[in-house]
Ligand binder design. Structure first.
Ligand code: FAD
Ligand code: SF4
Ligand code: SF4
Length: 402
């Protein structure tokens, strides 16, 4: 329930910010009509705290009207006003995961696109499983902005009531999802590594207590059930060629005064010729078992012969063998290359959660009981310092033979 108290001084600040034109001034007082979706934006702008929202006790709410699985579609930031924003790969990964959830629930999978201009995104999102695309098109959505995006997403959720909402655990998603969760007064499970449906509820799995246990989290009393998932955690499913998402345009008013932060200049740092480890197709990783920085460098030679990049466990990073940007795992980067080679890495859960989505994993460890072998496609029990030079030599010979 929303109420305007006697404190209202009639300043009218709340009127333009309401995305649903739900506030009118009557006798110099703000009056709220039935178009209100309880998004909470007016509460934030009122200078005298005259507006208050009272939310129902979670367990007493009827949640049966909440249906569908939604995915927030993150776009690349524009390099300049003329360049087109592209859908990021992580959105396709989330749609692949979302499709399975929607099928299990027997409900729709919907993509949420906020953009200045629709570039037929529904044709790209359909083949990855989206049944519908909710589109908000407005010049104010040219680039990401916390206040504007969170207001629009909150408004959309209040209008259409999805059961599940997934966001990427990227800089943007990690900024947006908590704002929406706070506005809606619902929970949010960050950095999920597994999602499933259990008894009609979203089962959200993620490492907890420093990665020592996997926690399964359910939100039975709030909707939507919201989670963030890192890039490269969910596998892409096979595209459904020819499928197009049904376009649903949402008419949401966006007032410029909502924008409290303005980007004056954008400087994009590009390391010429270098790839990010999250994008590498082949990764040759080393751990503490590589012993020294000098010996670790052998991995560079193997990586260059295979056309891949060198990664590292946290122990290897802590020992100064490789820079932090190459750390694979829970507190590093999540990767899913076609081939992941692990030399002298034990396979602690914090490392595994960052690389287990790789297509093929080859592990070399002198301890046959090392946990890394539990996720490896191929395992070699032996000394990395003996196996590596032999592998390099064989690859060089093979290259000459071609
Ligand atoms: P070790 O566990 O010491 O394993 C070394 C392995 O090398 C052993 O299995 C040994 O048998 C093998 N070995 C030794 N000599 C040889 C040889 N000559 N030939 C072949 N094998 C050999 N870790 C990460 O990697 N990434 C993360 O993002 C991450 N985040 C973390 C976050 C938190 C909150 C915490 C608490 C921990 C995190 N860790 C992370 C640390 C993690 O728990 C492990 O400590 C770390 O992954 C161990 O690295 P390692 O496998 O290289 O070393
Ligand atoms: Fe408008 Fe949101 Fe305020 Fe309701 S809570 S009156 S929808 S701004
Ligand atoms: Fe009244 Fe607050 Fe709205 Fe100003 S912002 S008109 S004080 S309710």
């Amino acid at each position: 329930m929303i109420e305007v108290s006697q404190k209202c001084i009639g300043c009218t600040k709340c009127v333009p910010v309401c995305p649903f034109a739900a506030i009118q001034m009557m006798s110099k007082k703000a009056v709220i009509n039935e178009a209100c979706t309880l998004c909470g934006v007016c509460v934030q702008v009122c200078p005298v705290e005259a507006i208050s929202i009272t939310r129902e006790e979670a367990s007493t709410r009827d949640l049966s009207g909440y249906k569908g699985v939604w995915v927030f579609v993150e776009m690349s930031e524009p390099d300049d006003k003329a360049s087109a924003r592209k859908i990021k790969q992580v959105a396709f990964e989330l749609l692949s995961a979302g499709r399975k959830l929607a099928d299990d629930l027997g409900q729709e999978l919907c993509a949420v696109v906020l953009t200045d201009k629709n570039r037929a995104y529904e044709k790209e999102l359909g083949p990855l499983g989206a049944d519908k695309m909710y589109l908000v098109e407005n010049p104010e959505l040219f680039e990401y902005n916390t206040d504007i995006f969170s207001t629009v997403v909150t408004a959309l959720i209040n209008m259409h009531k999805p059961a599940v909402m997934l966001y990427p655990a990227t800089i943007q998603g990690r900024d947006l999802a908590p704002r929406v969760a706070a506005a809606l007064y619902v929970g949010l499970t960050a950095d999920c590594t597994g999602l499933a449906i259990k008894d009609g509820l979203l089962l959200q799995s993620r490492p907890a207590f420093g990665g020592n246990i996997m926690a399964d989290i359910l939100s039975p009393n709030s909707r939507p059930q919201m989670a963030t998932v890192r890039p490269n955690v969910m596998k892409l499913s096979e595209p459904i060629y020819g499928k197009t998402a049904v376009l649903v345009r949402a008419d949401i008013k966006i007032d410029k005064s909502l924008r409290r932060v303005k980007v004056l200049e954008r400087k994009i740092m590009r390391e010429c010729g270098t790839l990010k480890i999250s994008d590498a197709k082949i990764i040759v990783s080393g751990g503490r078992g590589m012993k020294t920085k000098e010996k670790f460098k052998t991995l560079e030679e193997l990586a260059s012969l295979l056309g891949g990049m060198v990664g590292a466990s946290r122990a290897a990073v802590d020992m100064g063998f490789k820079e932090k940007a190459r750390q694979v795992g829970q507190s590093g980067t999540t990767v899913s290359p076609r081939l992941y080679l692990a030399f002298g890495i034990s396979g602690a859960v914090q490392h595994i959660v960052g690389m287990r989505a790789s297509d093929v994993i080859i592990a070399v460890n002198k301890d046959s009981n090392a946990s890394i072998f539990n996720v490896a496609t191929y395992g070699i029990v032996g000394d990395a310092h003996e196996i590596l030079p032999k592998l390099i030599e064989a690859l060089k010979k093979g290259a000459k033979g071609c």
